[in-house]
Design a protein around this ligand. Structure first.
Ligand code: TPP
Ligand code: MG
Length: 563
């Protein structure tokens, strides 16, 4: 690649060279968009161009790729699929995942003439992107692609949309004098580690060390910063319990003596109890949003709080702060550890004992469910089996609804090398996101957990996984319905649903193992809990995409949050 010299090239050549320069390995799309660029990618790069079964799953795959690798995930759609792609960016937006979405769009020559398939898509991307722009002139490709990577990866990461002129983005076929210059620093998160000012660190540390019953609430910002080890080191040095948001679940292994679990709405009871018994809450890399705080009941607003975040506008958003620190989580925590007074930990002995007691009470309360041999299988038992048998370098990808509740509350990570990624709200996200994660981190095992309603959404992508050899393992908690809806319908029917009410949330019983086999994957059906470990071992060794269809109890309801 020539640097510092413009030369005549096509937009397609420029796109191919730049994506390669940014170390992009996969692009997820539904044709037709960037046709010329895809042809150039074949000639000039080894980028894999995954033709998938829907724009929403293309966006989810790019999102899973991004969360697993830290590199922006790239997805694309023709003008007619643009809004499907925008819908799929919602989860990346909510989870602060760096996704770059490319769509075809309007040509000034034919605007307002009722062009086939065309509407103005740009406004629809506005609420789900950090940067939403059009590329109208081929010569603008280099600076706009650089800007896309820069915006997606800096500060709090997030999605970007570029609309290329032409319903299929045909501007890539045009020629101009261009320089396909890349800025490798923006090829992954985080490109910068802004250091907080010393005074703010000293103030926060003084308050933290002075507290007798503090708790840390760690969020997804800890993962984005790669700060988990620094967080655990500080918690150990000062003897402070750690709760996490669902997005921050992999900030600390669940079997660590200072871990209390996930707090908030999709949570573990012990975590909420500890957070609400604390005299100081230290938020790190969390938005302090509704899910993490159970709509600001855990902790209650007014609880003394301090906060560390890379985004200055997050500081104090929902909780008045005694101290605010603006900086990258990893460098901030490392600096705090250096200055930490370990002698201050002694006064927290009784608090640690109390906190560990609350965790023990949770374990006793759920021991029977977690070890239940019931048929159909209890989801709690399934989660316990996953805690025991997921490999210690696995990426665990989890859907929302009951899947988020079961796994958020009942599943424990057991190694700092494991990662956990969850749907930020979209049912159906996990299966394609797990495939994207496997593309982004092919050397790591990927184990996805989804309900059957979640799995149905993008079940066609089994074929994509088989075609591309994406060897992720997908565990379907198959209860024959969208069980999370049961409580809500019980309520509106005054406590007892009519038989007909079940048509609002149940499905036909299906055998996903058989469907998976028909579509080219390995399918394993599990009907008894004790068969699960062997099924998972077989799946992980198969070197094929695998669906483990686990038949579970339709009457099992996940516990609701305690506050
Ligand atoms: C896009 C989207 N639509 C609707 C919902 C609401 N919703 C949450 S959970 C759920 C049902 C989940 O069913 P399933 O995946 O089978 O899990 P189960 O509750 O049965 O364990 C629905 C419809 C959602 N979260 N996202
Ligand atoms: Mg279900």
């Amino acid at each position: 690649m020539q640097i510092g010299h413009n030369r005549k090239m096509t937009g397609a050549q420029c796109i191919a060279d730049m994506l390669k320069g940014y170390d992009v390995t996969h692009v997820f799309h539904v044709p037709a968009v960037m046709r010329s660029a895809f042809a150039e990618m074949e000639r000039r790069t080894d980028i894999k161009r995954l033709h998938v079964h829907g724009e929403k799953s293309a966006a989810y795959m790019a999102d899973g790729y991004a969360r697993a690798s830290g590199k922006p995930g790239i997805c694309g759609a023709q003008v007619i699929g643009a809004l499907n792609l925008a819908a799929g960016l919602r989860d990346a937006w909510l989870a602060h995942s760096p996704v770059i979405a490319i769509t075809g769009g309007r040509d000034p020559k034919t605007k307002f003439r009722k062009v086939y398939q065309e509407v103005d898509d740009v406004p629809a991307f506005e609420p789900v992107t950090k940067f939403n722009a059009t590329v109208d002139d081929v010569a603008r490709l280099p600076d706009m692609i650089r800007q896309a990577f820069r915006v997606a990866t800096t500060g709090t990461p997030g999605p970007v949309h570029l609309q290329f002129r032409g319903n299929e983005g045909q501007l890539d076929a045009e020629e101009a004098d261009m320089e396909p210059l890349v800025e490798p620093q923006f090829a992954s998160v985080p490109p910068f580690r802004p250091e907080p000012d010393e005074a703010s660190i000293a103030a926060a540390l003084k308050i933290l060390q002075g507290a007798a019953r503090p708790v840390i609430v760690a969020g997804g910002g800890v993962r984005a910063s790669g700060a988990a080890a620094a967080l655990v080191a500080l918690a150990e040095a000062l003897q402070i319990p750690v709760a996490t948001s669902l997005n921050g679940k992999d900030s600390i292994p669940g079997n660590h003596p200072l871990s209390v679990g996930v707090c908030g709405s999709y949570s573990r009871e012990s975590a909420n109890r500890v957070v609400n018994a604390a005299d100081l809450v230290c938020f790190i890399g969390t938005e302090t949003g509704g899910m993490t705080t159970h709509f600001w009941a855990v902790p209650k607003i007014g609880t003394p709080a301090i906060q560390i975040d890379i985004a200055p506008d997050a500081l104090g958003r929902n909780y008045p702060l005694a101290a605010a620190v603006n900086g990258d989580a990893k460098v901030t925590l490392a600096k705090m550890l250096k200055l930490a007074d370990r002698g201050s930990a002694g006064k927290r002995q009784s608090w640690i004992a109390e906190m560990q007691n609350m965790c023990g009470e949770w374990r006793s309360k759920y021991r029977d469910a977690l070890s239940s041999d019931a048929v159909p299988i209890r989801p709690e038992r399934l989660c316990a089996e996953l805690s025991k048998h997921v490999p210690d370098d696995a990426i665990v990808v989890v859907d929302t609804g009951h899947a988020g509740m079961w796994m958020g509350g009942m599943f424990d990570l057991t190694s700092p090398r494991q990662s956990y990624m969850r749907s930020a709200g979209h049912l159906g996200w996990a299966f394609p996101a797990g495939l994207g994660a496997k593309c982004g981190a092919p050397e790591r095992p990927v184990v996805t957990f989804t309900g059957d309603a979640g799995f149905w959404y993008h079940i066609a992508e089994i074929e994509t996984a088989a075609r591309w050899g994406i060897n992720a393992v997908t565990v379907v908690n198959n209860n024959g319905g969208g069980n999370q809806s049961k409580r809500g319908f019980d309520r509106v029917y005054g406590g007892k649903q009519t038989d007909k009410a079940r048509e609002l949330w149940t499905f036909r019983q299906s055998n996903f193992a058989r469907i998976a086999e028909d579509m080219g994957a390995l399918g394993i059906r599990v009907e008894e809990a004790k068969a699960f470990p062997a099924a998972l071992a077989q799946a992980l060794a198969a070197n094929r995409p695998v669906v483990i269809d686990v038949v579970t109890d339709i009457d099992a309801l996940a516990p609701v949050a305690v506050n």
